[in-house]
Design a protein around this ligand. Structure first.
Ligand code: SF4
Length: 259
């Protein structure tokens, strides 16, 4: 090799070195961006993967109208959708309209909803909500958060289910036990209280995604991100998730990021 060739070879190798350093810097910046839990790039990546995993999901509670959805949601507290779906078809056959529920005494409803648990409180809530809807809202389930929250037994979670699933209105974001757990694991919130978790999610998830995001996360919580033993090895979100309580990980775990 001539001296000129040697010089060129050294220069080429120097250029390659510089290029490698630039590439490493760029990928470190990219990685840092993705690692900031609420970075928009990370959020869109999570949303993209949720879309691929659960493209067409919606609420699993059987219902034909907003009143049935409201009742089913009240009954689903501390119960499962499967259990509620066993109870509601008979219930709505027996009492087909909100007016008929409004005429009941809560005790009359108790045997019909007993298997969903907390049946005394739930019966009171359902009958109370029916009376208020008939007396104050002309027999129609209100379509806004403020009015919905005046109904007995209705807090933000139930109101968000009805507004999002039936009326297609994103006034807030459903925070149930699955959304609570997974938002913490994915570091979308550090809070433990549903109201604060909802506020955190409303800040980081684009509004047009609030309804679908909650449905997708609820399905994810049922299918893969289980409370006791999340199926991380099969989870398409795995390399974006740094949860401390993961059961398998290809990335560093973050202390405190857990259900
Ligand atoms: S990797 Fe594990 S903990 Fe994280 S979202 Fe997936 S299932 Fe849940």
């Amino acid at each position: 090799m001539t001296t000129a060739e040697e010089t060129e070879c050294r220069e080429e190798s120097h250029r390659a070195d510089l290029q490698n350093r630039d590439d490493t810097k760029e990928s470190a910046t990219e990685e840092r961006k993705l690692r900031r839990p609420t970075a928009p790039e990370r959020i869109s990546e999570i949303l993209k993967r949720l879309d691929q995993l659960y493209p067409d999901v919606t609420c699993a509670l059987t219902h034909k109208d907003s009143w049935e959805l409201l009742v089913a949601t009240i009954l689903s507290a501390q119960s499962t959708d499967v259990r509620v779906n066993m109870v509601t078809p008979l219930l709505f056959k027996k009492y087909p309209t909100v007016e008929e529920f409004a005429k009941l005494e809560p005790q009359q409803l108790e045997p019909d909803v007993r298997s969903t648990g907390f049946f005394r409180n739930k019966s009171k809530s359902v009958v109370g909500a029916a009376r208020k809807i008939v007396n104050d809202f002309g027999g129609k389930v209100p379509e806004n958060m403020v009015d919905l929250l005046t109904l007995p037994g209705v807090a933000r979670k139930t109101a968000n289910v009805v507004l999002g699933t039936w009326f297609g209105k994103a006034e807030g974001l459903v925070v149930d036990t699955h959304v609570h757990r997974i938002s913490r694991r994915l570091e979308l919130t550090k809070n433990d209280d549903p109201k604060n978790i909802e506020q955190d999610l409303m800040r980081v998830i684009p509004r047009e995604r609030w309804i679908l995001f909650a449905h997708q996360i609820i399905w994810h919580g049922r299918r893969l991100c289980l409370a006791r033993s999340p199926q991380c090895v099969d989870c398409p979100l795995e390399n974006t998730c740094h949860a401390e309580d993961k059961t398998w990980s290809t990335v560093e775990k973050h202390k405190g990021a857990k259900a």
